[in-house]
Design a protein around this ligand. Structure first.
Ligand SMILES: C[S@@+](CC[C@H](N)C(=O)[O-])C[C@H]1O[C@@H](n2cnc3c(N)ncnc32)[C@H](O)[C@@H]1O
Length: 233
């Protein structure tokens, strides 16, 4: 039997993320999670939001671990995980009206980040209310938002020079090119953010949370600071 992989960070960040997802996925039905990692988020979010079908996905090496979590939980709304490498030119036939990813954009190289947004744009093209939520650390105005994020970025780049914390402005530009408009930028513990994009012209689900910046450009609020990085998986 497969030993379940375990990421302590998922237990720390799942409830703050869930608060954002509950609001912004309230009118969604089928979520594709990209880079599901251990599968812990998939199980937790699918159980907490039973109106959603939660499709976990990741590169091939992660699938056995995700399967172990899903098999144990036996939820009715988590189909078997799908293999998806965002660098693929053609993504497999997936139907979704929302996409979620956590702590993956700083692991992917810059070209893969571009592929991610291109693929998500194609997936959500023509989908009313198509929504993307990305959780993780981001830089603003070319700067790290904390010393712990600077240290984490250095650690990432020493391990893989192509990885690293992404600039919010750069990923927002990629999202715009993919047909998505920033709806909210929500402060999360440990200097992380939840970025929410939605196809323009569609009614937005959920209300404004404290600590949000909207596309109208209100000042970004600092999140509650929790010492220590929370970016591992
Ligand atoms: C730091 S882990 C985060 C895992 C999980 N989302 C979490 O928050 O714990 C980064 C994830 O991104 C995935 N990933 C990296 N490159 C990818 C790619 N090219 N396509 C799809 N997933 C990728 C990894 O396999 C890994 O599961």
């Amino acid at each position: 039997m497969e030993t379940k992989p375990h990421a302590p960070a998922c237990e720390r960040n799942r409830d703050p993320i869930l608060g954002v997802l509950r609001a912004h996925f309230a009118d969604r039905r089928r979520v594709l999670e990209i880079g599901s990692g251990t599968g812990q988020h998939a199980v937790y979010f699918a159980a907490a939001m039973p109106w959603l079908e939660w499709q976990a996905s990741d590169v091939a090496g992660s699938l056995p671990g995700i399967r172990a979590w899903l098999d144990e939980a036996r939820l009715p709304n988590t189909p078997p995980p799908r293999e998806l490498d965002v660098r693929w030119t053609d993504w497999p036939g997936l139907a979704a009206d929302a996409v979620f990813t956590a702590n993956s954009l700083h692991i992917m190289g810059p070209d893969a980040v571009e592929d991610f947004f291109r693929g998500v744009g194609r997936l959500l093209a023509g989908v009313p209310g198509g929504t993307l939520v990305a959780y993780g650390p981001f830089n603003y105005d070319g700067r790290h938002t904390s010393d712990s994020n600077r240290d984490f970025d250095g650690w990432l780049k020493a391990r893989d020079p192509a990885s690293g914390i992404r600039d919010f402005e750069a990923v927002d530009a990629l999202a715009a090119r993919a047909g998505l408009r920033l709806l909210a930028d929500v402060a999360m513990p440990a200097n992380n953010r939840c970025l929410v994009w939605r196809r323009p012209g569609d009614p937005a689900a959920g209300g404004a949370d404290p600590g949000q910046r909207t596309a109208a450009g209100h000042a970004r609020q600092s999140g509650p600071h929790t010492p220590g990085a929370d970016h591992g998986s």
